[in-house]
Structures are given as C-alpha cells and as structure tokens.
Design a protein around this ligand. Sequence first.
Ligand code: C2E
Ligand code: MG
Ligand code: MG
Ligand code: MG
Length: 291
Amino acid sequence: NADVAMYRAKERGRNNFQFYTPAMNRRATERLSLESKLRQALDDDEFVLHYQPKIDLRTGKIAGTEALIRWTPAHEGRLVSPSTFIPLAEETGLIVPIGEWVLYTACAHHKTLQESGLRPMRVAVNISARQFEPQTIVATVREALVASGLDANLLELELTESLVMQNPEEIIKVLHDLKDMGVHLAIDDFGTGYSSLSYLQRFPVDRLKIDQSFVRDIGNDPNDAIIARAIISLGHSLGLAVVAEGVSSEEQLAFLRDNGCDEMQGYLFSHAVPVDELKNMLERDKKLAVN
Ligand code: C2E
Ligand code: MG
Ligand code: MG
Ligand code: MG
C-alpha cells in the first residue's frame, strides 16, 4: 500500500521519497486507468458527438454547428466532458484515432441531415495541435469527406492560435492545401494565445472565434468590451467573419450585435445537443430574436 511504498522509497535513497509520495502514486494509477479506459472507449463506441448551433446575428437563424465530443463510459451513465480527457488523449497520441472518428462522424451526421431534406449546414470540428500532423492531416480530412459524401465547403476546422503559430511557415502551406479542397478554417479561442498579426494576415482562414473569457464580462468589464470590439474590427479589416463563443445573456447578445459581430454560439440559444435534437431544431427552424 501507499505508506509502505513511501517507506521503501525513503529507505532506498536520500531524495527518492520526494518523487514517490502516496498522492503521486495515486495520480499515476488513476491516469493509467483513465488511459486504458480511453483506449477501450473507441472500440466500444463510448464517444458521442453533440452539436452546438451557431447563429447568424443578422437573421437569428442557425448558420452552422460545432461538433463537441462527449464520453459515456459503460455502466456509469454520465457524460464526461472533453476537458477531462482531451488533454490526456493528446499526451498519449490517442487524439489521432479519436480525432479521425470525430471528423468522419461529424461529416456523416451532417450529410444525413442534408439528405433528410434540411438545408445544408456547415459543421465545425475542433482539431487539436497533436492531431494536426502536417504530413497527414490533409489526407485525413479528404478521407472523411469522401467516406461521408459531405461537400468540402460544409466542413470547417477550428484550430487554435498556439497550433498555427507553432510553425507558421509550414502550417500556412497545409492550410492552403485544405482551403484548396474547399474546407473552411477558423481560429478558435482567439485572444488567449498570441498571434503575430503579420502571420494572421497570411493565414488563409475564414473566421475568428472570440474566446469566451472575453465574452463573459463584456457588459461589466470595460477591458473585455474593448478586447471584444478590437477583435471584431481586426477580423473585419482582414476580411474575416467573427464568431463569439459562450454567449449566455441578452446583454452580451446586444453588445455583440451592436458591434457588428457576425455569429454567436452559447447557452443563450442552446447547449450542444445530440444529433436528433439538432435535427428537431432545424425542422422547427428554431430562431433567436436578434433585434
Ligand atoms: P471549444 O472548442 O472552445 O468549445 C467551446 C466550449 O464552450 C464547449 O465546451 C461548449 O460546450 C462550451 N460552451 C458553449 N456555450 C457556452 C456558454 O454559453 N457558456 C459556457 N460557460 N460554456 C459554453 P466543451 O464541449 O466542454 O468543450 C471544451 C473544449 O474541448 C473545446 O473548447 C475544445 O477545445 C475541446 N473539444 C471538444 N470536442 C472536441 C473534439 O472533438 N476534438 C478536439 N480535438 N477537441 C475537442
Ligand atoms: Mg471550438
Ligand atoms: Mg473556443
Ligand atoms: Mg475553449
């Protein structure tokens, strides 16, 4: 047991004990068990995609969706949020097969929605850094499009600033290959990393997503309001559409609309929902009152 382990570690050498506390032991064990569960989850079909609608702020209509992964471990009957397992999936490389599953599934769901007679809907998929392998990402995306039959211009990839700034010259080439295919590109969580503005101008992206940390206090914190306004005007001067994420109040909505933001997503309109519920919203043509 843990106490014995610590005692042995102390016995073994001068400073060993500090690398081997019971708490660390427990964490390592938990991590290993989470990792093996995560490995199994893909085989056992325990992941699901939920979709959060994005609203066009001029019309109030659903303009597209963002695919957000959830995990329902067997016999546990609860949804595990991606912030608890995506980082581990990244560290272990499991993000690669998981990410391929997400890409294919999101495309397939949207192709099915379209075939059921609903108007074509853009779907955005999050691509994390480890998953964005310059050698393979283009082929992976193409395979998902071919296998699902979805039009490339209905797929958007959400990339983070830190990813694109990692190795900008190489990334720019890959982004052009994706654009040439017809895929849309967005920079997620904009404002939290640091982008070089001269690179930003050279990235062939279509959208900036204002990080929700700036949206949260838009009505109370003058600094957040200034940043949000600056991102909107920066995006527009570069010819990009701007999306606000995490919009959960009428006050935030009014600010964004008055400042010319193009799209929003957030709890004010809807959480991320299972595909059947999304279908239902689209059939009812659920709208947001924007004026
Ligand atoms: P993200 O891409 O920035 O996604 C936005 C997150 O904000 C989502 O959390 C969404 O549920 C949440 N959100 C939306 N509206 C509101 C709101 O009004 N208020 C608040 N407080 N939150 C809101 P979620 O689904 O837990 O995802 C967290 C992060 O996990 C995502 O951030 C993304 O970075 C990552 N992630 C999710 N799904 C995937 C995936 O399929 N692949 C990869 N690589 N990463 C994913
Ligand atoms: Mg995102
Ligand atoms: Mg985001
Ligand atoms: Mg985020």
